[in-house]
Design a protein around this ligand. Sequence first.
Ligand code: 5GP
Ligand code: MN
Length: 347
Amino acid sequence: MNFTFPPLQHIPSFDAGLQDFLRIVDESKECCICTHINSDGDSLGSQLGLKLLLEQRGTKVWCMNPSHVPENLRFLPESASIQVFEESRHTELLAKVDTIFVLDGNSPARMRGMEAAIMASPARKAVLDHHQEPAEFAHAYAIDTDACSTAELVFRLVRVLETREGSKYLTKNIAEALYTGIMTDTGNFRFPRTDSDVHRIIAEFLDAGVEPFTVYDNVFNQNPMNRARLLGATLATMQTYHNGKLCIMLVTHEMMRSTETNVDHIEGFVEQSLGIQGVEMGALVVELPDQVKMSLRSKGSLPVNKMAAHFGGGGHINAAGCRSTTHSAAEAVQEIIRISKEYLKKV
Ligand code: 5GP
Ligand code: MN
């Protein structure tokens, strides 16, 4: 079944959207928190951070995602409570809760496989996110596209509720979940949105007991050897185009089969492309059983989210992605080379 969601016509300011969001938070007694397919550090950190916050205020919370928690993020507090959505088992739960919170994604399409159950549910829907171009489906939109991560927005929510209620909600577990979200979505505090405010928030997390090395070690230093072999094979496919400004890598099904790896192991590969001198745009094309996944990265003001939109995807200016069921991996590479030409002319 194909779902199309029209774009939201009027996007409220973050502060106005947060007031709508807070009203829903206040009224909710039983909720479900969902986040996007192929969950990452920010989506899961935000989801668990919000869960731990709401539970302290007496709300019953279920966490439900379209995909499982990747192994390197299972250290996150209470990650074991996250359920992977199955239509026959979980549609009823989504219909029974009073609220569905959608985090780090702003369209039911990002919760692939859950769209029907989300839309059929009479629950109020509330979005907390930092992506552009939300879809029209929810009752509240707290969206700040200038935020470095959704975890930063959950932190703002923690602070607003602490101030309003005179309570202390920031526990070590919440701080660790949100630290992980900010660390991963800022590329370890190096992407352009990593400003002094971000570091001030991080300081609060450290005061709450987060150990940066422990989090980093869990997220990035526990790779299986298979992943290193796949990375080696992927780096060997690296090619540059357009006078060295575009760098493309490919992961084929065969490469994953022979290294006994899966799509989880590819996280972080695309960043290697921007490490090459002169490269302004990097792409990783991944051949999956039923589709081709493309990850795009750029430097400066090169909008790879607009590139991704050519394939029906999206994301941020410097990090975006898309999927195609109509291109082979080789065709996707050719399309990226073709479409990027216009964008790279300007740099
Ligand atoms: P990644 O390349 O790491 O999978 O994704 C980078 C960013 O691109 C994500 O944070 C997300 O914002 C966006 N993104 C990735 N895949 C998709 C997709 O299929 N559709 C949309 N709309 N955005 C995507
Ligand atoms: Mn995010």
